[in-house]
Design a protein around this ligand. Structure first.
Ligand SMILES: [Zn+2]
Ligand SMILES: [Zn+2]
Length: 275
């Protein structure tokens, strides 16, 4: 068992089912086993992020970069096959419309800067980890209404890694109220921040109605500063939360250090998965 500041990090030996989706019965969130040394996939020191290819299939488990076709709705996410697109749809659905809004801020996806592209892959790959972290950090496990009150704000540092979805490390994590988030997004992105948040509130109303309050979207804002000339990338991520799943006793375990768990999952490229 690994120790950190006296707090227990999730048991590394096996994956743990945290909850079951009440709707379809087959969505399980797992904190995957950590690899023993976590060195897998690291690229030689000195490898620059901007030298690595940026176009890959958007399905979290796929590294294919050939024969990609764009999602016909948002023209953002690209897939190597219809099988990958189908598999990713539950994750992509909420993001699809937001993609259109967010793309407007950099002039459409054909102009998407490389750093932004890496960030998009990272956000898709770590969806499960972000969900688990948000449920604990925002107190959604205690009061489901917290899903709409606060958001996770995550600062990232680029790192060279073999997997296109693993090219960042967590620099800091902050919890903000939605009002603070709005101000913060306005500073980072005066053009698109407000529209993105308005779209988010619309999607929240829809999903709550469709599932009679059993599901909601909470939010994470991820941003990264790149190397010279790369500027900054920011991505707003709606996170689907399920009332039954959020109520899982595993999330209320006082010894669970969500921030360290998130950092380790990102560092070792071991995302928590919805299976
Ligand atoms: Zn694929
Ligand atoms: Zn799409």
């Amino acid at each position: 068992m690994t120790r950190n500041r006296g707090k227990r990090i999730r048991k590394p030996a096996q994956s743990q089912v945290l909850g079951r989706d009440a709707g379809n019965g087959h969505l399980e969130f797992r904190l995957e086993a950590f690899s023993p040394d976590g060195s897998e996939g690291h690229l030689p020191e000195g490898t620059r992020l901007e030298d690595l290819p940026t176009k890959f299939c958007a399905a979290p488990e796929c590294k294919n970069g050939k024969d990609l076709k764009k999602c016909s709705r948002c023209k953002s996410a690209m897939y190597c096959s219809s099988a990958c697109q189908k598999r990713d749809w539950p994750n992509h659905k909420a993001q699809c419309l937001l993609n259109v809004t967010q793309a407007a801020s950099f002039g459409g996806f054909d102009n998407e800067p490389p750093l932004q592209r890496h960030l998009r892959h990272f956000t898709a790959r770590f969806e499960g980890s972000l969900t688990c972290a948000a449920i604990v950090a925002l107190g959604i496990c205690h009061d489901f209404a917290n899903a709409g009150r606060k958001a996770l704000v995550i600062a990232l540092t680029p790192r060279a890694h073999e997997h296109p979805g693993a090219r960042f490390l967590v620099r800091s994590v902050t919890v903000m109220t939605m009002t603070q988030l709005e101000t913060f997004m306005h500073i980072l992105e005066p053009a698109g921040g407000a529209a993105t948040l308005a779209q988010h509130q619309l999607e929240r109303a829809k999903i709550r109605e469709r599932h009679s309050g059993a599901k909601d979207f909470t939010a994470a804002l991820l941003y990264a500063t790149g190397g010279e000339g790369e500027g900054m990338a920011m991505r707003f991520k709606p996170i689907c939360v399920d009332r039954a799943m959020a109520a899982s006793p595993a999330f209320r375990d006082e010894t669970l250090d969500w921030e360290t768990t998130l950092r380790i999952q990102v560092e070792r490229d071991m995302p928590a998965r919805a299976t």
